[in-house]
Design a protein around this ligand. Structure first.
Ligand code: Z5A
Length: 221
């Protein structure tokens, strides 16, 4: 595959959606074909599953059913949109991917990393992001920001301790895979977060010889 797969991760309200759009625009301005994606969702089947997953009425959903629904939406997303976009040579900018499942269902729900990684291999057919930007933010700030813009969904109804486990799991994932997962401080002003993401993505693209205008950025060693 000739494209590039970038995911953005973090606790709710950390600014992923805002930054995913800014990153997609920046890449397009530099002449790249960009595929915008988000999980759960991104396809008609995935959006239907998303509605089930986030509906606060579905409070009886057990953790394993939740896990399988996220993975089912992902299987459809990878097959229908992500792989074809990568095969066309596009840069896929995805708001959440497998790291979210590891954090939310693995750590948040306590299902453990092993079973989840086996399911990733099935649902995503072994596909991993080339680069992941983890926008780290204290849980209380993220939930407060999210509450200002939308009603709380089923996951956001979870207790603060659940979201703390999720945040820690994201950070542990970044520590396990420092070459792929880059941490950006989400508490900084929006423009500063944007620039910090560009400072990670620009050299990465340059190292893949994809960025024609690197503005003097040098590839990482
Ligand atoms: N989930 C899961 O459990 N397992 C999985 O495998 C996957 C997902 C894939 C999806 O919800 C839920 O599914 C999510 C994880 C779970 N859990 N919850 N809840 P979603 O897609 O509806 O929402 P989200 O992914 O959690 O994101 P969000 O709440 O929409 O927030 P965001 O995208 O991170 O942030 P934002 O919308 O860009 O910004 C939020 C507000 O903050 C907005 O007013 C911005 O203008 C403001 N903002 C952004 N950046 C800043 C800075 N730097 N300073 C100040 N204010 C800012």
């Amino acid at each position: 595959m000739s494209g590039l797969f970038i995911s953005l991760e973090g606790v709710e309200g950390c600014g992923k959606s805002t930054q995913a759009e800014l990153l997609a625009q920046w890449l397009e301005e530099r002449g790249h074909a960009v595929e915008r994606a988000r999980e759960p969702g991104g396809t008609p089947v995935g959006e239907a599953i998303r509605n089930i997953l986030l509906d606060p009425e579905n409070s009886a959903m057990v953790p394993r059913a939740e896990l399988l629904l996220y993975e089912a939406a992902r299987a459809q997303h990878v097959a229908e949109r992500i792989r074809p976009a990568l095969e066309r040579g596009a840069i896929v900018v995805c708001d959440r991917f497998t790291d979210s499942t590891t954090a939310y269902q693995g750590a948040g729900r306590g299902l453990g990393r092993e079973v989840i990684e086996e399911l990733h291999a099935v649902a995503a057919e072994g596909l991993k992001p080339d680069l992941t930007v983890l926008i780290d933010l204290p849980v209380a700030e993220g939930l407060a920001r999210a509450a200002r813009v939308k009603a709380r969904d089923r996951i956001e109804h979870e207790a603060a301790a659940f979201h703390e486990r999720v945040r820690q799991a994201f950070l542990e994932g970044a520590a396990r895979e420092p070459a792929r997962v880059k941490i950006v401080d989400g508490f900084a002003p929006l423009e500063q977060v944007r620039d910090a993401i560009r400072a990670q993505v620009g050299p990465f693209l340059a190292s893949r010889e994809l960025l024609s205008n690197t503005d003097g950025m040098t590839p990482p060693a």
